[in-house]
Design a binder for this molecule. Structure first.
Ligand SMILES: [Zn+2]
Ligand SMILES: [Zn+2]
Length: 317
């Protein structure tokens, strides 16, 4: 239903094509309407059978509401196709993650974000320090009005230590919009989760998403999921949103790593209940075997994977 006259008019004008438009909304088409397409029904760009003939934009831009944007990178640029979240406050904007590609010509993230934040200053955080969530940093580095918190442990620690908060949770004020930062190591040392008070979204990066989730530190991961499950009991949550989609639309089935065309992928949002389900499953798991749920699959890294992860991390610290 459209409640405001302006958005009613927009909705009527675009009634049929709007669903399609929202699916491939380009940066130029900054039409806002009531969220007639619930996030779970968004048709995300999902790669192409032949990327040399792909016609999708490099970045899909979905406007959930006036100050809330979800961006997805095209799978033909990187099979990782990460999601990025842009939250606008009255004073400044927060971008979570910068994608898997540095080249601004093939992946124009800076110009896209600038066109959406309306002159606000920009704070950039990372869900963790894996390359597919920070390669776009080079586009923002040294730009006026941008505070880029590097994804390495020292920079994250320095940022969190000066933010407000108690315990391991920290609060960021964007101007009429509070975001809570929860440290959730396990998938990777620097993994954090954000809670947006406005949408009541829990943005979990690669800690919880519909896909095959590799876990580097099993004990830390188990504690992090337990912490998130507790958080979900003490806060109102609308959805759990991660940084990738790898599951198909069949329960427990995922696309193999490296897939660049996912015509039958699962929806992005996970129900908050998945946190308790996962916490319960992890409590029974031995840390050596895969934990399969309908919505996602958790797999401990083997020794070789942990070594490779350590080397990659060392190079970024
Ligand atoms: Zn990752
Ligand atoms: Zn990732």
């Amino acid at each position: 239903m459209c409640r405001a006259m302006k958005s009613c008019a927009v909705y009527r004008q675009f009634k049929i094509p709007l669903i399609a438009v929202l699916g491939i909304l380009s940066v130029q088409a900054q039409v806002w309407a009531e969220p007639v397409v619930a996030l779970g029904h968004v048709k995300w760009i999902h790669g192409s059978p032949d990327c040399s003939k792909g016609i999708d934009p490099p970045i899909q831009v979905f406007q959930r509401d006036k100050p809330t944007w979800v961006l997805r990178q095209n799978k033909c640029l990187s099979f990782e196709a990460p999601f990025m979240y842009l939250l606008l406050g009255d004073d400044r904007a927060l971008l979570l993650d910068t994608g898997a590609t540095d080249n601004p010509e093939s992946f124009p993230l800076l110009t896209t974000v600038r066109s959406l934040i309306g002159g606000r200053s920009l704070l950039i955080l990372h869900s963790h320090s894996h390359g597919d969530h920070r390669r776009g940093d080079t586009q923002f580095s040294g730009q006026t009005g941008v505070e880029l918190v590097a994804s390495n442990a020292a920079s994250l620690r320095a940022f969190l230590d000066k933010a407000d908060g108690t315990g391991s949770d920290r609060s960021i004020e964007l101007g009429g919009r509070e975001v809570i930062v929860i440290e959730t190591p396990g998938h990777q040392e620097e993994s954090i989760t954000l809670y947006d008070s406005q949408t009541r979204w829990l943005l979990t990066g690669d800690t919880v998403y519909p896909g095959l989730i590799y876990v580097k530190d099993w004990q830390a991961y188990r504690e992090s999921i337990s912490r998130l499950a507790s958080f979900a009991q003490s806060h109102e949550l609308a959805a759990v949103l991660g940084a990738h989609i790898e599951m198909t639309d069949k329960a427990g089935e995922y696309y193999p790593i490296g897939t660049v065309y996912q015509p039958h992928e699962a929806p992005l949002p996970l129900s908050p209940e998945v946190l308790q389900t996962l916490a319960t499953a992890l409590a029974k798991a031995n840390g050596k075997e895969t934990v399969p749920l309908d919505e996602l699959v958790v797999q401990p890294m083997n020794a070789l994977q942990r070594t490779l992860s350590n080397v990659a991390r060392f190079l970024t610290q």
